[in-house]
Write a protein that binds this ligand. Structure first.
Ligand SMILES: [Zn+2]
Length: 425
């Protein structure tokens, strides 16, 4: 590179990102769709490709014991100490995935690190670009394992989790070239970190509605999940009169609509309730249903409206239960509290985005991300990129070349703003 060569335009950066996205998306377990699960041969090939890109970008590359690829751009100002800013996302996918979820964040981070180096921007900290392997949690009943390990919150027991073929995480890791026995040595020292940044497609329609290429994430929504059991009474579909029935499906239907209404009428924004699984017992055409088991997934931008929503839902369930004579039970099996993004990182992102002539806009994330695990370790910041119609976890996921270029440029400026701030501190 000639040192005084003009910096690439956002459009050129976008074209570069698009070419890398395409190359990565060709690494799949299936011929005509994208499926790349944690610790599979495809993940191995993707990790090697990403490592090659990192080297080409001038980063020092290593791979940790759980398969996370790490590329380091050393600080240009060693006098400021040995702190490190982590920037990453994931390279695993769901089954029949889109090619931008995760991949765009890793590619953005690599290109941004290269641009920071090429443009000679003062960096009072090292940058570690991370390509995590277990964000989607599809192969094993684990999720965010690679980022949880850095936060020191991944227990040894996670290594015993098995996939559908009975292969444990530990076995798959050895095959991959990892060292499961080192899982607890991966914990980072919080005092040595500036924070964790991630760029990710929005996976929702808000930025498109606002006609904006990028947006600043305020928090990663907290979530809770419940099994709900509605107890009725089995009976003959032909002989039991309508007014003498305890029909578990009818009661469940009442409850489902009522939960939807509760979420829609919540005063705080971001409350969303979903019944995604439903099982009917005994499940025969001529039998009045005796029992319904269903799941409830409930999320909100902050924890208080979520708590208020579940209280409201339970009160509605109690009324339906009394009216229909069908006991309803809630059994919570999952909860993550809201992970707020650092105000300092949000403000830095705001200045970075405004400097590009784009209106800074804040939004919450309804989806979970590696930042949720990293929050236990350090401050987090996230930037969302517009994706067409908000479609994700689907092959028709799409981000324009222009928007990808904006995302890379915004990342460069965001890190530069954080660097400025760090030098003033
Ligand atoms: Zn993702």
């Amino acid at each position: 590179m000639v040192p005084d060569e003009p910096p690439l335009t956002a459009h050129e950066l976008g074209e570069e990102a698009a070419a890398l996205i395409d190359e990565l998306s060709r690494i799949s377990a299936e011929e005509d769709k994208l499926t790349r699960l944690y610790l599979t041969p495809e993940h191995r090939n993707a990790a090697d490709l990403v490592a090659r890109w990192m080297r080409q970008a001038g980063l020092d590359v290593r791979e940790d014991s759980l398969g996370t690829v790490r590329g380091r751009l050393p600080s240009s100002m060693p006098a400021y100490g040995e702190k490190c800013l982590l920037i990453g996302s994931h390279i695993d996918t769901v089954i029949d995935a889109g090619k931008f979820d995760g991949a765009l964040g890793v590619i953005c981070a690599i290109l941004a690190a290269r641009e920071l180096r090429k443009r000679g921007i003062d960096l009072p900290f090292d940058i570690d670009v991370l390509a995590f392997g277990d964000e989607e949690g599809v192969r094993f009943p684990t999720t965010l394992l690679s980022s949880s390990a850095l936060a020191g919150t991944a227990p040894y027991s996670e290594l015993d989790a098995r996939d559908a073929n009975g292969i444990s995480v530990a076995e798959a890791l050895r095959e991959f070239g990892g060292r499961p026995e080192n899982i607890q040595d991966l914990k980072e020292v919080p005092e040595k970190l500036v924070g964790y940044l991630e760029v990710h497609i929005e996976q929702g329609p808000v930025l498109e509605r606002e006609a904006l290429p990028v947006g600043i994430v305020t928090s990663l929504a907290g979530a809770e999940r419940h099994w709900i059991t509605v107890q009725g009474e089995a009976g003959h579909a032909g002989t039991v009169p309508m007014d003498a029935r305890k029909d578990a499906v009818s009661a469940a239907a009442d409850l489902i609509v009522s939960m939807e209404t509760a979420a829609k009428s919540a005063r705080s924004d971001g409350v969303v309730a979903t019944v995604g699984e439903l099982g009917i017992h005994p499940g025969a055409v001529n039998v009045i249903p005796a029992q319904v088991k269903m799941t409830l997934d409930l999320r909100a931008a902050t924890d208080r409206p979520r708590a208020a929503a579940i209280d409201e839902i339970k009160a509605r369930a109690a009324r339906i239960s009394r009216k229909r004579g069908c006991p309803i039970e809630f059994d919570q099996f999952h909860e993550v509290v809201t992970s707020p993004c650092s105000e300092i990182f949000q403000d830095a992102a705001k200045r970075a985005i405004a400097s590009m002539g784009i209106r800074p806009f804040r939004l919450m994330s309804g989806a979970g991300h590696d930042g949720q695990a990293m929050k236990a370790l350090t401050d987090i910041g996230m930037l969302f990129v517009r994706c067409r119609k908000g479609i994700s976890h689907n092959p028709s996921e799409y981000v324009s070349i222009e928007d990808m270029g904006m995302a890379v440029e915004a990342t460069v400026r965001w890190v530069a703003e954080i660097a400025q701030q760090e030098m003033k501190a």
